[in-house]
Ligand binder design. Structure first.
Ligand SMILES: [Zn+2]
Length: 413
């Protein structure tokens, strides 16, 4: 059993001592002299839940700034996919470590990924101490041999850190995965007990093409194929009508809203107010760093809230709700008792330095955190009861950056 005592820490407006035991919050009102293996004096710091990023492509950090300012299909076909074809396992590992470093520094302790060579990203996550659901990407163009091998990998692979790292099945989208592959993915996810994550109705063109090819919109098409269920995380969902929202709510689908990516690629405006009223579990994702271009969930919350307001009214998506989308709702989608600072919840959290100028004055910490701060305010990050960033330091930072630069020199050179 390992224990950690956080002394003199601000929690929900009051100063307390928090005892963490075996990765869980054990006591939120511990005695100042409670016995613990290690003690951290958090005077002048506040604790808030860490972020759960429900849609990203981690190793795309290597493509940050590589191709900007174009629409989705040109961006994918002419720039992203040709670059990715050159990436080796080492590159995926290096890019994933860069991503995890950035996530830790910006307060994220969980991400749902969709990318290639997931065993490499798994290694990065296992070593660096955070959590992930790693989506193995499937598309028809991979060919039957590769698809069958990936499905076997999904069925048999298990992380040595299974409490933190799991696989998910990630058919890319309805325009890259035909009905047979989508049905196989849904079946595999059910029999392996895994989550299924997919891009859904990201652009108007995707919806129009689907109606032309399948006679119905992507949400209806996925429902017809039996894909939708409580294990599904649907990314984007920009062009979803009220009837489709009802279908998604009824099936228990989680939505991953990606405001920065949707704005940068001019994909469209997520119908936040209608979705919030639909009963769907709504979460936030950053998408990859070549359509964002960072993995900063705090920034993403602010964009989500501002976009919701400008497309509806100023009362839409208040700070507290945006914060919940980025934390507790994301944890819930992955069956994790986390995203809250409560007894028995997973001890995943961010420590904020209250002397930071953007947290001053501190009328309302959540308001400051969503609207005012940036990640410089983060002094520490805990995952599974362990510091993954301690007093501003993440282990091996210099080496991680050097390795990422090495990969990029080869790939882009
Ligand atoms: Zn994406």
């Amino acid at each position: 059993m390992t224990t950690l005592l956080l002394k003199n820490i601000l929690l929900d407006g009051r100063t307390t001592n928090i005892l963490i035991k075996d990765g869980l919050f054990a006591d939120l009102n511990a005695a100042a002299d409670a016995a613990a293996d290690s003690i951290y004096d958090a005077s002048g710091e506040a604790i808030v839940p860490s972020f759960f990023n429900t849609h990203t492509h981690a190793a795309m950090t290597l493509l940050r700034g590589y191709a900007d300012d174009m629409e989705l299909f040109t961006w994918l076909n002419d720039h992203i996919w040709p670059f990715e074809a050159k990436m080796t396992a080492q590159d995926i590992y290096n890019g994933s470590r860069l991503a995890v470093l950035e996530m830790i520094r910006s307060g994220t302790t969980f991400f749902c990924d969709m990318y290639w060579m997931m065993e490499e990203t798994a290694k990065a996550v296992e070593e660096m101490g955070i959590r992930a659901a790693l989506g193995v990407t499937l598309m028809d163009r991979l060919g039957e041999e590769k698809i069958a091998a990936d499905l076997r990998f999904l069925e048999s692979w298990k992380s040595p850190c299974a409490n933190r790292v799991e696989l998910a099945i990630a058919p890319h989208a309805v325009y890259t995965a035909g009905p047979e592959l989508l049905e196989r993915c849904a079946q595999a996810a059910r029999s392996n007990g895994q989550r299924l994550t997919i891009h859904v109705s990201e652009t108007r063109q995707e919806v129009e093409d689907c109606i032309r090819a399948r006679g119905m919109s992507p949400v209806r098409w996925l429902d017809k194929l039996g894909v939708l269920g409580p294990n599904v995380i649907a990314a984007h969902c920009v062009y979803v009508d009220p009837e489709e929202m009802d279908i998604m709510a009824e099936r228990g689908v989680t939505v991953a809203h990606n405001p920065c990516s949707n704005m940068k690629l001019a994909s469209g405006i997520f119908p936040a107010a209608k979705f919030a009223a639909s009963g769907c579990n709504i979460t936030i994702g950053t998408d990859g760093t070549s359509s964002n271009n960072n993995l900063d969930m705090r920034e993403e919350m602010k964009f989500a809230s501002l976009l919701a307001k400008v497309s509806n009214n100023s009362e839409t998506l208040p700070a507290q709700e945006a914060f919940k989308w980025a934390t507790a709702n994301g944890a819930k989608a992955f069956g994790l008792n986390a995203g809250v600072i409560e007894k028995s919840a997973l001890a995943d959290a961010v420590l904020l330095d209250l002397s930071n100028e953007r947290l001053t004055p501190n009328y309302n910490l959540v308001s400051n955190w969503v609207y005012a701060a940036d990640s410089r305010a983060i002094s520490g990050v805990l995952c599974d009861g362990r510091f993954v960033m301690h007093k501003g330091i993440v282990e091996n930072e210099e080496e991680i950056l050097a390795k990422a630069r090495e990969s990029v020199a080869r790939l882009a050179g």
